[in-house]
Design a protein. Structure first.
Length: 94
């Protein structure tokens, strides 16, 4: 894989899911569109959960580089989703 530029690095080695995923999500939400987050993690469950989250979000999982003791996970911030309309509750006639 070619060198990937990054705007932020988040070292969550020795943190485990779900706390590690929460830390990634919180930092990712502060990035601007197009910025890259490099995550260092040694928890395989964190990687698996992030892969699922990225498939269901507008953000892009760019790549994963395996090091000897941890993985570097690269995520690009994409356009923020627009909030969905408020749910309307309707009372039924009984």
């Amino acid at each position: 894989m070619a060198a990937i530029s990054k705007n932020q690095i988040l070292d969550i080695r020795n943190y485990f899911s779900p706390l590690s995923v929460l830390k990634v999500r919180c930092l990712l939400n502060t990035l601007n569109e197009g910025q890259m987050l490099e995550v260092w993690s040694n928890d395989s469950e964190t990687k698996d959960v992030l892969e699922v989250i990225m498939r269901n979000s507008n953000d892009e999982l760019v790549g994963i580089i395996t090091q000897s003791e941890y993985e570097k996970i690269y995520i690009r911030r994409r356009k923020k989703r627009t909030p969905s309309a408020a749910v309307q509750y309707i009372e039924s006639d009984k």
